[in-house]
Design a protein around this ligand. Structure first.
Ligand SMILES: [Zn+2]
Length: 217
C-alpha cells in the first residue's frame, strides 16, 4: 500500500473531465472508476450491495448516499486498486467526502483532488455546439464549422435543429445545479489542502501535462 493514491476528479459537464480521467488511467495504470460504471458492475455481478442498489433503481429511486459509499469502499478494496484509483462522479456530497477521507486515512492512502475549471461562457459554447438534422439524423458541431448554427444539412438540405438539452438556457441551468452541489466539495478539499485547480480552457494535452505535474507534487 506504499504511495497509494486516490485521485478525485471534479469538473462541470463539458470540462473534459472524463477524457482526462481516461488519459490518467492509462498513464498511471490506475483504474478509472466512474460511479455509473461501478453501479452497473455491482448489479451485473449480483454482489450483496448490488442487489440492494437494484431495489432502489427498479423503483426509480436514487441509490442512497450511504449505499454508494459502501459500493465505493468495496470497489476500492479490489485487487486492481492496490496502487490506487481515479474517481469520477464520486464523492457528490460532503458526507460522502468525509466517508472517503476516513476510509483512505485508515488505508494510509494519499488523496489528490483535481478540479478542472472552465468559465461558464466557454462551457455553454462547448455544450451548445451540437446541431442535428431532424430528417436524416446527421450530427454537426458548430465549434468545428460556424455555419452549422442555424444552417442546413449538407446531406439532405433540411434546416438543422438543436435538441432541447443542448440549448444555452438548459445548459446554463445544468451548470447552475452542478455549481451548487460542487462548490462545497471544492471548499472541503481546499480546506484539506488536497485541491489542485486546473485551467481547462486549453488543449487536452496541455491540461494533461499540468495535471500530471500536480499529482507528482
Ligand atoms: Zn439531413
Amino acid at each position: 500500500m506504499e504511495n497509494r493514491v486516490v485521485i478525485v476528479m471534479l469538473g462541470p459537464p463539458g470540462a473534459g473531465k472524463g477524457t482526462q480521467a481516461r488519459m490518467m488511467s492509462e498513464k498511471l495504470k490506475l483504474p478509472h472508476i466512474s460511479t455509473g460504471d461501478m453501479l452497473r458492475e455491482a448489479l451485473k455481478n449480483e454482489t450483496e450491495l448490488g442487489k440492494k442498489a437494484r431495489t432502489f433503481m427498479e423503483s426509480g429511486a436514487l441509490v442512497p448516499d450511504e449505499l454508494v459509499d459502501e459500493i465505493v469502499a468495496e470497489r476500492l478494496a479490489g485487487e486492481d486498486c492496490r496502487g490506487g484509483a481515479i474517481l469520477d462522479g464520486y464523492p457528490r456530497s460532503i458526507p460522502q467526502a468525509q466517508f472517503l477521507s476516513a476510509l483512505l486515512e485508515k488505508d494510509n492512502t494519499r488523496i489528490v483532488t483535481i478540479g478542472i475549471e472552465v468559465g461558464k461562457q466557454e462551457l455553454i459554447r462547448r455544450l451548445s455546439s451540437r446541431w442535428t438534422c431532424p430528417k436524416c439524423g446527421k450530427m454537426f458541431n458548430a465549434n468545428l464549422d460556424a455555419s452549422v448554427a442555424g444552417g442546413k444539412c449538407d446531406q439532405c438540405g433540411t434546416a438543422l435543429v438543436q435538441r432541447k438539452d443542448d440549448t444555452p438556457e438548459v445548459i446554463a441551468e445544468r451548470l447552475e445545479v452542478y455549481g451548487r452541489t460542487t462548490q462545497p466539495l471544492v471548499r472541503y478539499y481546499q480546506d484539506q489542502g488536497t485541491y489542485t485547480a486546473i485551467d481547462g480552457a486549453r488543449e487536452v494535452d496541455d491540461i494533461f501535462k499540468t495535471i500530471m505535474t500536480g499529482i507528482a507534487g
